[in-house]
Design a binder for this molecule. Structure first.
Ligand SMILES: [Fe+2]
Ligand SMILES: [Fe+2]
Length: 287
């Protein structure tokens, strides 16, 4: 196991999420502690190590620095469809016979949303939601690209997976950041809250002027399991967030449970998606 890139592939994190949340109704409030202990025992060493690094290094200052570095979008500009090919350069050590590439996961997510008759901008959110994983191609470590997201600048909730690893994080003993509200205040609204840095915030910022607000919530918070599954940060949300999180909750099962070994028929689907992308997005995306 490589100590800086413990996961064989980014998908290992998502496969682990499926162990933790095996079906759409298994939210923590109804999950007994026994089941959680079970998860704790079966989780792979690589995933455990990944979370150790993530929890140790995602500090308030780290997040602000990454936002400064990446949210100027001056790294690369490319046509939208080239961007999907670029994302697919994310190859890993996992089994090529059983694992589908990143684009297939995006397409399976968007197709599952489309089959259920949801609005086309939600289909597009499905298609785009993991585009931010290109951060790995810019040399970012796994723990700064994927993994559950959580607020920084205030106390880390023990409802975040592997909370014990936050003992390694310097913010956990910093009095500016280790209280319930930290640098925030009651009901401040998530837009004012910095979440751990990763592919969610990056894709949200990339397309925030293009998609309707519910789609933007889906993109921005799809890995915020500590809230959308565990409800651990209600005290930082305002009523508008709570209203919008209905969409985040609606989106999550399509992300987690749409994986299928059979790849979608891209040739048949292509005209629909070309129209969809042209309807909402500019010709080029900036990274
Ligand atoms: Fe994701
Ligand atoms: Fe995903």
């Amino acid at each position: 196991m490589n100590t800086m890139t413990p996961l064989k592939s980014l998908d290992e994190w998502e496969e682990d999420l499926l162990e933790r949340y095996p079906d759409p109704t298994s939210i923590a409030t109804s999950k007994d502690t026994e089941a959680y202990r079970d998860y704790d025992h079966t989780v792979k060493d690589s995933v455990r190590e990944f979370y150790r690094l993530n929890h140790q290094h995602q500090t308030y200052d780290f997040v602000l620095a990454k936002k400064k570095e990446f949210l100027s979008f001056d790294k690369k500009k490319m046509p939208v469809w080239d961007a999907f090919q670029f994302l697919n350069q994310l190859v890993d050590d996992s089994d090529p016979d059983t694992d589908l590439d990143q684009f297939q996961h995006l397409l399976q997510t968007s197709e599952a949303i489309r089959k259920d008759g949801h609005p086309d901008w939600m289909v597009l959110a499905g298609l785009l939601h993991d585009m931010g994983k290109v951060l790995c191609l810019f040399g970012e470590p796994q723990w700064a690209v994927v993994g559950d997201t959580f607020p920084v600048g205030c106390a880390y909730s023990d409802k975040i997976v592997f909370p014990e690893f936050f003992a390694l994080n310097p913010d956990a003993t910093d009095p500016r950041y280790n209280t319930r509200f930290g640098v925030y205040s009651q009901g401040v609204g998530l837009d004012q809250v910095h979440l751990s840095w990763g592919h969610d915030e990056y894709i949200y910022q990339m397309v925030k002027d293009q998609l309707p607000e519910p789609a933007l919530y889906m993109l921005r918070y799809h890995s915020f399991y500590a809230q959308h599954r565990e409800g651990a940060y209600d005290h930082l949300m305002n009523d508008h967030d709570r209203d919008m999180f209905r969409w985040v909750n609606l989106f999550n099962p399509y992300d987690l449970y749409s994986k299928n070994p059979v790849p979608p028929d891209w040739t048949a689907l292509r005209p629909y998606y070309e129209d969809l992308v042209a309807k909402y997005l500019p010709t080029h995306l900036s990274f």
